[in-house]
Design a protein around this ligand. Sequence first.
Ligand SMILES: *Cc1c(COP(=O)(O)O)cnc(C)c1O
Length: 373
Amino acid sequence: MKLETLAVHAGRSIDAGSGAVTPSITLSTTFERAANGSFPHEFVYTRSENPNRHALETALAALEGGAAALAFSSGQAATAAILQSLSSGDHVLLADDLYHGTRHLVKQVLARWGLQADFVDMMDTAAVEAAIRPNTRLLWAETPSNPRLKIADIARVTEIAHVHGALCVIDNTWATPIWQRPLDLGADMVMHSTTKYFSGHSDVLGGCVVVKDANTDVLPRLRDIQKLSGAVPAPFDCWLIQRSLPTLPYRVRAQTESAGRIAEFLQQQPQVTQVHYPGLASHPHHEVAARQMRGFGGMVSLEVAGGQAAAVAVAAKVNLFTRATSLGGIESLIEHRASIEGADSPTPPSLLRLSIGLEHSDDLIEDLAQALG
Ligand SMILES: *Cc1c(COP(=O)(O)O)cnc(C)c1O
């Protein structure tokens, strides 16, 4: 089935008891055992499994083309679970431009538990090869990356990982499976902040890991961490994310169309020194992006002449865009990224990140034009 059809039907069924077309929310934390001690409905306790989480996980696995998905209470909880599936003394190689929370989790928390890490430019395969150590267990790429929309060649990074006996994880939050399916390109796991495009309405936090192969020790390890650490999403949160799935392909398509127009517009503005968007022919890895993505997504970053002060002044002048962090919602957001990322941020201070919503692109362009002017 096509993604649009899966987005409507995967993990959804008519309730056998009531005939309800829309799934119900099962708030019960506990489920009855039969007289013989068995669990006839397969559910035991909501931290371990819940009908709404099960339905969401079924849908997420189908959309990414994986063997199984695990839902978490946030993207960060999903990231933590993947990294905790490693052992003390293991080494991970991560992209040098990626979600700052991933970098901070590795450096501020997991380093104390003995996780070793290096950050490299994932397009520089010589640098990736050079950074591999005998104890490298995982290559972590985010493509397009946050906030500079750098591209990693997923097939190539996976190949390098596998040659060295490591696994490859792709943070696919920005592309979504509508535009990019890393598991089809060889990656072992996909991670998402479902807070973003999957939820799509800036009203629920969530995360997930989708695993390609059910027959390795990765899936049982992740299931153990999910159940035993307990960073699981509430049934209502699962229900909200699942409610947003059928519109995902249509939202992402509209957001991408507008983002492409806005990137072209920005590229022509004298006050804009650089536009970061993989759909532009001027993007250094446009060809790789075009090969592995079916669309280039709804995120655009720009750099403003005059550095941080000029960038902050542009953000201060917008009317339709909202100054706020996060992304993937129906409303357009603008953010001065370096000032949110912390002292070790590698992001240029002149950079503004745009998350394009569902407003008409003419209105968004007009708003940016007046803010830049
Ligand atoms: C937001 C985000 C995360 C973290 O997800 P949360 O749901 O905020 O915990 C991870 N990766 C990327 C690319 C993100 O945009």
